[in-house]
Design a protein around this ligand. Structure first.
Ligand SMILES: *Cc1c(COP(=O)(O)O)cnc(C)c1O
Length: 357
């Protein structure tokens, strides 16, 4: 059997969830959209359900996967509904629903629901992706309240630059949010992972941790709270071939690495078809039998190559960690112009093995 696999530590997931709550002092919706950032939404939700205040997903398809797997906790649809016809399923499965556009307000006014809907009313406070304009926010709130179709409305917005700790934009967005809400008395939800970890003064009754649950830092720089996260995923494989090359010999596609000295090359069963980033360059850290070394040459579809010259004890069958507790996914990601979010979401083909469930 091919030795490439992703080990998922559900105990670490729970640790990170508790950290989100502890740091924020708020209730927390565990964000498990995109198959829990590649970690497996059903297994992650099951591991958290006993203690989680609820979950958040991108769309109804993702919410139904959780409901069909028996998850009874609240589930928030972060983009609400894409068509009014989804409202009957939202009603039937008691999903919570973001409302970010006037047409969604109208659809709720006209909907026939068996019970009032729990709505998170989203303001565009400056990210300019989705969300109601500040000038239409209170009117939308009033209309929903008057509709008799909603039971409770949480006031919500999303930061564009919370991962930049010196950037004034988050404070500006908070100001815009506070002005738009005016006198509205309601629970508030503003913080994703970087805002939970890095912006303690932003008010929040509810937080929405995503990447931090999976133990990766959203910051490129070291950050004290992020240092407390535990990586959940270990992407590992084995050395399946070893080559001794004299100086001057090239390795792999495009001869992107040429041996500067007599070089021992290890071939690892892991490639970009598994989700390892193809643009990771020579020098990217990898762990072989517990010792740090470097990727060399180009990552190919099913294999990649590592430098074993200074690891004489390593050889065929040696364990390789591509990312995990020693080599952080965030280091691999930021080192190649990506982000840990994308690395995790790109995971494919490798089987996921769970522990701590
Ligand atoms: C994805 C998402 C989150 C989680 O963001 P992280 O940076 O992964 O914590 C929170 N809120 C909304 C609206 C999202 O779409």
């Amino acid at each position: 059997m091919r030795p490439a696999r992703a080990l998922i530590d559900l105990e670490a997931l729970r640790h990170n969830y508790r950290l989100a709550r502890e740091v924020s002092g708020a209730r927390a919706l565990a964000v498990v959209k995109a198959d829990a950032y590649g970690h497996g939404a059903v297994r992650c939700a099951q591991a958290l359900e006993a203690e989680a205040d609820g979950f958040a997903v991108a769309c109804i398809e993702e919410a139904l996967e959780l409901r069909y797997a028996g998850i009874r906790a609240p589930i928030l649809l972060l983009e609400g509904f894409f068509e009014a016809s989804e409202l009957s399923l939202i009603d039937q499965h008691q999903l919570w629903c973001v409302v970010h556009a006037p047409w969604q307000v109208e659809a709720i006014e006209q909907a026939r629901l068996s019970r009032p809907l729990r709505v998170w009313l989203k303001l565009d406070s400056g990210m300019h992706r989705v969300g109601l304009h500040p000038a239409e926010y209170r009117d939308a709130h009033a209309r929903l309240q008057a509709s008799g179709k909603v039971e409770k409305i949480v006031l919500m917005s999303h930061f564009a630059r919370a991962d930049e700790l010196d950037c004034p934009r988050s404070a500006e967005q908070l100001d815009i949010f506070q002005q738009a809400r005016g006198e509205l008395q309601a629970e508030v939800s503003l913080r994703n992972s970087p805002a939970i970890l890095g912006w303690p003064s932003v008010p929040s009754d509810w937080v929405r941790p995503g990447i931090m649950l999976y133990g990766a830092t959203p910051f490129e720089q070291p950050q004290a709270q992020a240092a407390r996260l535990k990586p959940v995923m270990t992407l590992e494989s084995k050395i399946i071939s070893v080559r001794e090359l004299p100086a001057g010999e090239p390795v792999g596609y495009g001869a992107r690495f040429v041996a500067e000295r007599p070089t021992r090359v290890g071939v690892v069963a892991m490639g970009y078809a598994d989700g390892y980033p193809r643009h990771a360059a020579t020098g990217t850290p990898v762990l072989v039998d517990g010792v740090r070394t470097r990727l060399i040459g180009r990552v190919s579809m099913d294999m990649l190559t590592v430098d074993l010259t200074d690891l004489p004890q390593a050889g065929l069958g040696s364990r390789v960690e591509l990312w995990g507790r020693e080599v952080l996914a965030s280091d691999v990601a930021y080192g190649c112009g990506s982000i840990p979010y994308q690395l995790f979401c790109n995971l494919k083909r490798v089987p996921r093995l769970y522990s701590g469930g």
